[in-house]
Design a binder for this molecule. Structure first.
Ligand SMILES: [Mn+2]
Length: 473
């Protein structure tokens, strides 16, 4: 039965208020959801006149848990991380004799699948999965942080927009729009006039790319238009003639009228029909049409207007371990940090294209019955972008777009693995990459997890790893 996270949140607020004047340390994760969680909590603290130290934590594991100063703080908050490693935290609390301590508390505000652990009363664990809510779709880390802030003061709905950006970063709107608690949070942001929601095409780059480029790199369904400029131009020309329109394929999608988008979308849909198995056709509208989310306060045709593109800007920094730049831009900087973000975005795009070219030209795609994989040499492709590049590999002819794909990248001590799956396949087939990768990586002594459609792992050696993926997927 679904219950509410409110009860645990109330306890968390009580604990925060009790420790208002104590030493407080906040750890947040480093992706879009983690950084937006931090913005929400920093803003909350400043409004409540609470002093706190804030730190980013890329990964909580057996090594990094040692550096957490549990004894030195009255309250430690983990946001967008902690649930999966709750037993590590628990073990440390025991080791330091802080089990049920009155002077040391921990609050976890997370949405990742929790590890099971019997926890003492001084650990407050807020997580939708504990209430049978879907933490992959209904609320993200920043969403939990937002609910926490709103419980402190119901007028803080201006923070809702960050929670929605966090949810977009975690692709919680995979089905085309937001559901569950995300929907409520979205209504807060809309009521505030901060976020616009409207039906749109599901192509990437609606404010920053010419429309033909958005179509060119659409990989959720493989048609003859993929990577083919002249076919796309013909496609638009034919539509213009047939519907008596004057759509300019060099314009970004945001400049199309609703009617023009509808025509482009339905013509694209009927083209896709020819390329997908019969039983998948009914899922096509979901990958072509969906809701767009935009910050009303940002300028159109900039990379900050559309939330998906904003999240790319954050990744363009955070994937290279620069977390301060997106943090400052989120807090309003449009000077020094914003310029740096644009520079990083440009560099990021170049890196992605270089990495993709390397894979296209140098790497063999190994086909298995239900999936495919490739290996990346040690000094090729930055570790932070392996996952993104794995997803982009669907634009390579040799990659079978109807099967999941894994990339195995060699590191100094082991391998990083990323798995991706075409959107259409996640709707049409019962595929769970997170489950497969966490099983296979555990079998070889590593750790892994993620979502049904995107996953990652670190493994010490790759022997038999593929076999275990094969067994489980
Ligand atoms: Mn998250």
């Amino acid at each position: 039965m679904k219950t509410s996270i409110e009860f645990q949140l109330r306890k968390a607020v009580e604990v925060l208020m009790k420790n208002k004047d104590g030493n407080i340390l906040v750890y947040t994760h480093v992706d879009t959801d983690g950084i937006t969680s931090r913005v929400i909590l920093e803003e909350l603290f400043s409004r409540l006149n609470i002093e706190g130290e804030f730190k980013f934590l890329k990964q909580l594991n057996m090594v990094t848990v040692e550096s957490i100063p549990f004894k030195e703080y009255n309250l430690i908050i983990f946001a967008d991380l902690g649930s999966g490693q709750i037993n590590l935290i628990n073990e440390k609390i025991k080791e330091y004799n802080l089990w049920n301590s009155r002077d040391h508390s921990i609050i976890i505000l997370d949405h990742h699948i929790p590890a099971y652990s019997k926890i003492p009363d001084n650990i407050i664990h807020v997580n939708p999965w504990n209430n049978n809510l879907d933490g992959g779709r209904e609320i993200c880390g920043a969403g939990v942080a937002y609910k926490f802030a709103k419980l402190c003061n119901p007028n803080y709905t201006d923070l809702a927009k960050y929670a929605i950006l966090g949810a977009v970063g975690d692709i919680q709107n995979l089905g085309g729009s937001f559901v569950g608690m995300n929907r409520e949070i979205l209504e807060d942001a809309k009521a505030r006039g901060d976020i616009l929601e409207f039906p749109d095409l599901q192509f990437y780059g609606k404010h920053t790319r010419p429309m033909f480029v958005s179509i060119k790199y659409f990989t959720d369904v493989r048609t003859d238009l993929m990577n083919n400029d002249s076919k796309i131009l013909n496609f638009v020309k034919t539509i213009n003639r047939r519907y008596n329109l004057e759509i300019d394929p060099r314009e970004p999608i945001c400049n199309l009228s609703f009617e023009e988008k509808r025509v482009i979308g339905s013509e694209f849909l009927s083209r896709c029909n020819k390329y997908v198995p019969l039983s998948w056709i009914k899922y096509l509208p979901k990958v072509i049409f969906g809701m767009s989310y935009e910050f009303r306060g940002e300028t159109v045709m900039t990379p900050l207007r559309n939330l998906e593109e904003f999240s790319t800007c954050i990744n363009a920094c955070s994937r290279y371990e620069d977390y301060v730049t997106p943090l400052e831009v989120l807090k309003g900087d449009r000077g020094k940090y914003y310029s740096r973000m644009l520079y990083m975005l440009n560099r990021h795009k170049k890196n992605l294209f270089r990495a993709l070219k390397y894979i296209k030209d140098n790497v063999e795609i190994v086909q298995r019955e239900r999936f495919q994989y490739f290996e990346i040499e040690k000094n090729k492709v930055d570790e932070g972008i392996v996952g993104i590049v794995t997803g982009m590999s669907y634009s390579i002819e040799d990659v079978d777009w109807k099967k999941p794909i894994f990339a195995i990248k060699e590191k100094d001590n082991g391998y990083k693995v990323s798995g991706r799956c075409p959107k259409l396949l996640t709707f049409a087939a019962d595929i769970n990459l997170a489950d497969a990768i966490s099983y296979a990586s555990m079998k070889v002594g590593g750790t892994g997890g993620g979502h049904r459609f995107a996953c990652g792992a670190y493994i010490p050696h790759k022997k038999d790893f593929i076999k275990y993926i094969e067994n489980r997927l």
